[in-house]
Design a protein around this ligand. Structure first.
Ligand code: URA
Length: 239
């Protein structure tokens, strides 16, 4: 069944002004619903189906916003932080009105794929350990990563606190003094990738998330850039 919401609330949520502003716009006859001017603030609308017009322009109501960001180093992935700039600081006002938050954290020095949304249900689906969504990282790590590590990661790496990780898939791109690998994990423990390598006395020197479930980082996004998910990406994520 359609969820009805107060007209003044819908307009205020859309950024047409404060609740007080939009009440005065409604009283002034500037707002119509399905072609009829509405003077009652508390009038209930189905924001997804009713046609709401403000000063003759159609109000494109959206409840959710889904943004893919190529997170740069140096920003924290939370909505606010007393000491550091956050990924939210990169977003313009037109997106801030939806109050997006990062679905899952990346460390301050980690780059790459970050989903920003206000859809709590989708975020939960992606992050819940029970759902086992794959997260793939490109990793540069000090030390020679040979084939034997593939087995070790598959068997479950034990972290410094004794936690045994779920099986992880390691793909070696280039073994060297600083090795380049892809690592796919299904969990999201604090500093997990770094700690997994630490358990072999290896230090991660560069970390970038390149995919999350079916969502792949759009390589055309420069560091710090973002874009909305395409319809296709969204339906893949939700399926
Ligand atoms: N693992 C880490 O160690 N850091 C991240 O940012 C993500 C995964």
């Amino acid at each position: 069944m359609a969820k009805l919401e107060r007209l003044d609330k819908v307009l205020a949520n859309m950024g047409y002004g404060s609740r007080k502003d939009v009440k005065s716009f409604i009283k002034a006859g500037l707002v119509s619903v399905n072609g009829k001017i509405i003077l009652d603030n508390s009038f209930k609308v189905d924001p997804n189906n009713d046609m709401i017009q403000f000063k003759d322009g159609v109000v494109n109501y959206r409840k959710y916003v889904y943004l893919m960001m190529n997170k740069p180093q140096g920003l924290v992935s939370s909505t606010d932080d007393p000491f550091s700039r956050t990924v939210i600081d990169l977003l313009p006002e037109e997106y801030l009105i939806y109050k997006p938050f990062p679905a899952g954290r990346l460390d301050k020095d980690t780059e790459g794929l970050l989903l920003l949304t206000n859809d709590g249900q989708l975020a939960h689906q992606l992050l819940s350990p029970k759902k086992g969504v794959d997260k793939t990282y490109y990793v540069e790590v000090e030390g020679y990563v040979d084939e034997s590590y593939i087995v070790a990661f598959k068997e479950g790496v034990v972290l410094d606190d004794g936690y045994k990780c779920l099986p992880a898939q390691l793909e070696i791109i280039q073994p060297d003094l600083i090795s380049k690998v892809y690592l796919t994990i299904q969990e999201g423990k604090f500093h997990q990738v770094k700690r997994m390598f630490q358990s072999f006395d290896m230090r991660v020197v560069y970390l970038k998330r390149i995919s999350m479930g079916p969502l792949k980082l759009d390589e055309s996004l420069a560091s710090g850039e973002f874009r909305e998910l395409t319809e296709e990406e969204l339906s893949l994520l939700k399926s």
